[in-house]
Design a protein around this ligand. Structure first.
Ligand code: HEM
Length: 146
């Protein structure tokens, strides 16, 4: 019945890796790229990032089941923070910055919003990285025992 655990784990790994690489890529592109290209690119890439994060969360919950293991509690808490920061800060920042660039505005508010986006993005990279590390560590331990 349903997808096997191995398949769910594989989908979880692919979706989690994609989400981490995209958020990291946004940071590097923001710091090094041409705003005219980067701001539109980020808004377009959100169409991939948001489903990747949703799939990561859904498969993670599925893998965790009713487990109350400390790593599951930590990962769920971080996932909620990642989603909240994403929806409440990163998506509005990305859309606002894209509109600023489209209007040819690169002034003070552009830089202020970009600064907020970089800080929130950094927090999300760290939280995604911690969840990635916890996931790999637990999966590795399980494989050693089985
Ligand atoms: C926030 C983004 C997340 C990232 C980056 C992430 C990353 C990972 C990675 C890399 C693995 C190991 C996969 C492998 O080596 O094949 C893993 C496994 C796992 N993750 Fe996540 N994960 C995330 C969210 C979650 C959430 C929200 C939960 C549930 C609360 C969760 C629960 C699990 C479980 C139960 C495993 C399997 C551990 C085992 O083998 O028993 N993950 N995760």
């Amino acid at each position: 019945m349903g997808m096997s655990r191995v398949v769910v784990l594989r989908v979880h790994l692919v979706a989690a890796s994609l989400a981490l690489l995209l958020v990291l890529g946004f940071q590097i592109a923001t710091l090094t790229g041409d705003p005219a290209v980067v701001k539109r690119g980020i808004v377009l890439a959100l169409v991939v990032l948001v489903p990747a994060l949703a799939a990561t969360g859904a498969t993670g919950m599925r893998l965790a089941g009713s487990s109350r293991a400390p790593f599951v509690v930590r990962k769920r808490r971080r996932m909620i923070a990642i989603a909240a920061i994403g929806v409440l800060v990163l998506v509005p920042c990305a859309v606002t910055l894209d509109r600023f660039v489209a209007a040819g505005y690169l002034g003070g508010w552009f830089h202020a919003v970009q600064y907020v986006e970089l800080i929130a993005g950094l927090v999300n990279v760290v939280l995604l990285g911690l969840n990635f590390r916890d996931g790999v560590a637990v999966t590795r331990r399980r494989k050693k025992w089985n």
